[in-house]
Design a protein around this ligand. Structure first.
Ligand SMILES: Cc1ncc(COP(=O)(O)O)c(C=O)c1O
Length: 413
């Protein structure tokens, strides 16, 4: 990338520094409020007709055979692992750069999360490293589409096919995303979505599993509601019967109708919201790509990302601040950031339980120390976007300028 001096940065004023730009602001409004109040007035609040409609519309939207609504993305992962028959003593491959829920769900079924390094371009699981960690106990692989960019799914499926592994996609960030013209949700046996408050479609809390395995879908429907063969809606409506049978010791993982009503409204806006995030991402990348202290995200040509996250990476060798210092400088300029993610192998629990150590995953650690996530959501105003851009460019310029002065004062530095 050219631009050794980036002179224009010196002229940038910090745009409206009085604005405080949160890392995330949910895009919910009057339509969602209206949908929720209709459910409240209907007299049926928990899982019922709205949830079944949401499942149908969601499956249609991502092109899946079936969709099962659940209370969280974590529950989606748990039910998928259970339906896939993963059990105590098994091993499951997943990237170290993910949220703890991906690995935690593996522990719910008594299996062992086996962490894998990442590919430095996409920051997704390095499939070759995953291959090296396969043992006779490996039963499943969970590719995580970090920030929305799909993993190398052909390679994941080739590896899974060769070793009889079940594929459970963690698509908490990937609605809507595409891999080689296919929407995430129709590519693997199980795909797990999250509708947590910060996600690209939110119901406050919530999740969905899509699957092409209709037997597994039945199992997950059974297990999401106590292992009872007929859900309450069917029992309580006029033509229902009070009788039910408990077939398994299941879980309480159902989604409510008022959450599903929000989900249906959000689903209808999903494409427009992605376009809005993409426009912001392009504005950021256009502004940052000529700044040699920064590395903008690479979206591979055969993929569409949801742009759930805009992960900026710092060329630390060209800056005199570390990532934390850079984030503090952005905070001073009114821009709140986040970091996705602290690799799991650095977390106390995974170190204690599985013996992971600092230095175990070279790429994940390197990217972790240089990455930060900028605000990116449809409700951002032009003023806010411009403030983020000038805050980032000014912070980069300021950090670089100090380095030049230091070199001048001490030529050997
Ligand atoms: C990568 C990833 N997987 C799984 C989850 C879990 O989703 P939920 O919070 O809906 O349980 C999250 C949530 O933040 C996530 O970021």
């Amino acid at each position: 990338m050219p631009s050794p001096s980036v002179p224009y940065q010196k002229e940038l004023k910090d745009a409206s520094p009085e604005l405080q730009i949160p890392f995330h602001r949910a895009v919910v409004g009057e339509e969602e409020a209206q949908a929720v109040s209709e459910v409240i007035r209907s007299g049926w609040l928990t899982m019922g007709p709205k949830t079944f409609e949401f499942e149908k519309e969601f499956a249609k939207y991502v092109g899946a055979q079936d969709a099962i609504a659940v209370s969280t993305g974590t529950a989606a992962l748990h039910l998928s692992l259970e339906a896939a028959g993963v059990q105590a003593g098994d091993e499951v491959l997943l990237p170290t750069t993910t949220f703890t829920a991906t690995a935690e769900a593996v522990t719910y079924v008594g299996a062992r999360p086996v962490l894998v390094d990442i590919d430095p371009v996409t920051m997704n699981m390095d499939v070759e490293d995953a291959a090296r960690r396969i043992t006779a106990k490996t039963k499943a692989i969970i590719p995580v589409h970090l920030g929305g960019q799909p993993c190398h799914m052909d390679e994941v499926h080739a590896l899974a096919g060769a070793h009889h592994l079940r594929v459970i996609e963690d698509a908490a960030h990937a609605l809507p995303s595409e891999y080689k013209g296919k929407r995430v949700g129709q590519i693997s046996e199980f795909t797990c979505f999250s509708f947590y408050a910060t996600k690209t479609l939110t119901t406050g809390e919530g999740g969905m599993i899509t699957t092409d395995n209709l037997g597994a879908a039945d199992r997950m429907r059974l297990m999401r509601l106590h292992g009872i063969e007929r859900d309450a809606w069917k029992r309580y409506r006029g033509d229902g019967s009070w009788f039910y049978e408990v077939l398994e010791a299941g879980f309480k993982y159902n989604l409510t109708d008022f959450q599903s009503a929000i989900g249906l409204v959000q689903l209808a806006k999903c494409d427009a919201m992605r376009q809005a995030r993409e426009r912001i991402a392009h504005q950021y990348s256009d502004a940052f790509s000529s700044c040699e202290e920064l590395l903008t995200p690479t979206v591979l040509p055969d993929r569409v990302t949801s742009w759930h996250l805009y992960i900026l990476r710092l060329r630390l060798d060209r800056l005199n601040v570390d990532r934390n210092g850079f984030i503090e400088a952005l905070h001073r300029r009114g821009v709140m950031c986040s970091v996705h993610f602290i690799p799991l192998h650095l977390q106390p629990y995974y170190r204690r339980a599985y013996g992971y150590r600092v230095g175990d995953f070279e790429n994940a650690e390197k990217e972790y120390h240089s990455c930060l996530s900028l605000p990116i959501y449809p409700g951002m105003t032009e003023m806010e976007i411009n403030q983020v851009i000038s805050a980032v460019l000014n912070t980069a310029a300021e950090s670089r300028a100090v380095r030049a002065v230091a070199a001048h004062v001490n030529p050997s530095a």
